[in-house]
Design a binder for this molecule. Structure first.
Ligand code: TGC
Ligand code: FAD
Length: 394
């Protein structure tokens, strides 16, 4: 099995990257090869997030890497941040999810909507992975439509009281802090949704592992229950203002996913082409058979298109012109592409393709979650449909 991650860069995008962007990418690529790949297969089979890597992940500076240095973050541009997500997901979608949630869904809202005290209290510790965070938006009955959430925050003279349940929460059981979105007004009033910083040791807060997953096995996914959780007045994110605020966080996370999915596809392509060159059947390597070459050509085309989308999206994000709809297009297209590449790579590998020693089936199974979370493929179709026609069809 070919192990080394040579670049797959058919259109020489490398030439468009700055020196720092290349250095960051190469450093994370090395870490994935040397530290993550040797352990990820076993962690996956054992259904556990490789927690022993958390201190190293903190030291790498990948958590909230596009947030400012004054809060202990790396202060990188968004292309460098995207390249980090790409490289992490070449290793495993669960590791990229861990970093996405921590950076885009916990640190971003604390930075964007938090008070200066909240920023200073949480961001440095989250950047170094001394503290772990999770993001609670989805509820058992409100997945694609978070506007209807029933988790409620009620203000009293002593502070806030939160009641409700959140479902499918990444990092939920290992988190020290949860960013919880709750309704503070009348049910269905999307403008009254606000964010809260909830320490997970608050009385009444509990997290339970989601059992029975067949995807994203090296990731902590949990159900959160909030039962009369009492919080001080200053637990609210003061700048959060309606459903728009959590949706702004999703834009950040979806941006990273658009890059990450390309990374998963690159890993599958690399493995499949290496295998095809070595595997001999009917007196020659299967790489010399036309059907396999067509399969490989489709993979290479999809990956190259995905790389171009991510790169351009990143430059627009750095210029400040990127729109949420452009992010939807890239998340939808790149994840769909990666699902196809992983499936075709697994098939090319024959029986070996179902083994954990190879990565294609792990990526294939993981990518089914990525297809669903952060807005399902269908929801992004509808976002793009609305952008194209002006008609909301949700
Ligand atoms: P709608 O009326 O369209 O929007 C309400 C307000 O929000 C604004 N907005 C956005 N802002 C920033 N980024 C976005 N992506 C935005 N989408 C909308 C919008 O302009 C409006 O602003 P204002 O000022 O007029 O109030 O809201 P809607 O209720 O009709 O919902 C639209 C819809 C369906 C697109 C939205 O609900 C949606 O995206 N649903 C999908 C839910 C989702 O993606 N959940 C993800 C949960 S977190 C997760 O999965 C983490 S996985 C782990 C990992 O990331 O690794
Ligand atoms: P539903 O909304 O019930 O959708 C079911 C089906 O109906 C889908 O095919 C969907 O596309 C389709 N559908 C829905 N609405 C429409 C429509 N209007 N028109 C046509 N079709 C429609 N959430 C968090 O808040 N935090 C997390 O950290 C987090 N991590 C996750 C980790 C994993 C592994 C997974 C699988 C999910 C995670 N989620 C998280 C939740 C995720 O965001 C939701 O699963 C997702 O938004 C979809 O919601 P749902 O599963 O309730 O599906």
């Amino acid at each position: 099995m070919a192990k080394s991650f040579e670049g797959i860069d058919f259109y020489n995008l490398d030439a468009l990257l700055g020196e720092e962007e290349r250095m960051v990418r190469d450093a994370i690529r090395r870490w994935v090869e040397e530290s993550l790949l040797p352990v990820i297969g076993d962690a996956y089979i054992e259904h556990r997030f490789p927690v022993e890597l958390i201190p190293e992940i903190g030291e790498l500076g990948v958590l909230g890497a596009n947030l400012p240095e004054e809060y202990g973050c790396a202060g990188l541009n968004n292309v460098a941040y995207g390249l980090i997500m790409q490289e992490l997901e070449r290793g495993d979608s669960g590791i990229r999810s861990f970093a996405s949630v921590q950076g885009a869904l916990v640190m971003y809202p604390i930075h964007a909507f938090g008070s200066e005290e909240q920023r200073r209290a949480w961001l440095p510790a989250l950047a170094s992975a001394e503290k772990i965070g999770c993001f609670g938006l989805t509820e058992p009955d409100y997945g694609s439509n978070p506007a209807g959430m029933i988790t409620r925050a009620r203000e009293t003279s002593d502070g806030w009281i939160l009641n409700g349940a959140k479902m499918w929460i990444t990092n939920g059981s290992m988190a020290d802090v949860a960013v919880i979105w709750a309704q503070t007004g009348e049910p269905g009033d999307a403008r009254a949704i606000r964010g809260f910083v909830v320490p997970t040791d608050a009385p009444g807060f509990s997290a339970r592992d989601q059992k029975g997953k067949l995807s994203l096995l090296a990731s902590d996914t949990s159900e959160l229950v909030l039962k009369d959780v009492q919080l001080p007045h200053d637990a609210i994110l003061p700048g959060s203002n309606g459903l728009r605020s959590p949706l702004m966080c999703l834009t950040q996370a979806r941006y990273g996913i658009a890059w990450g999915a390309v990374g998963a596809a690159m890993a599958c392509y690399h493995e499949a082409t290496g295998y095809a060159t070595e595997r001999v059947m009917f007196d020659g390597p299967i790489a010399g058979k036309q059907i396999q070459q067509a399969r490989i050509a489709d993979m290479l085309t999809g990956i190259t298109q995905g790389q171009l989308l991510s790169y351009r999206l990143g430059r627009m994000k750095d210029e400040g012109t990127m729109t949420p709809q452009q992010v939807s297009l890239a998340k939808r297209a790149n994840v769909d592409m990666a699902c196809n590449v992983a499936r075709e790579a697994r098939r090319l590998l024959g029986a070996n393709g179902i083994l954990v020693e190879y990565s294609a089936m792990r990526h294939m199974a993981n990518l089914e979650s990525i297809y669903t979370y952060e807005g399902t493929h269908d929801i992004h179709s509808l976002i793009l449909g609305q952008a194209a026609t002006g008609i909301a069809a949700f």
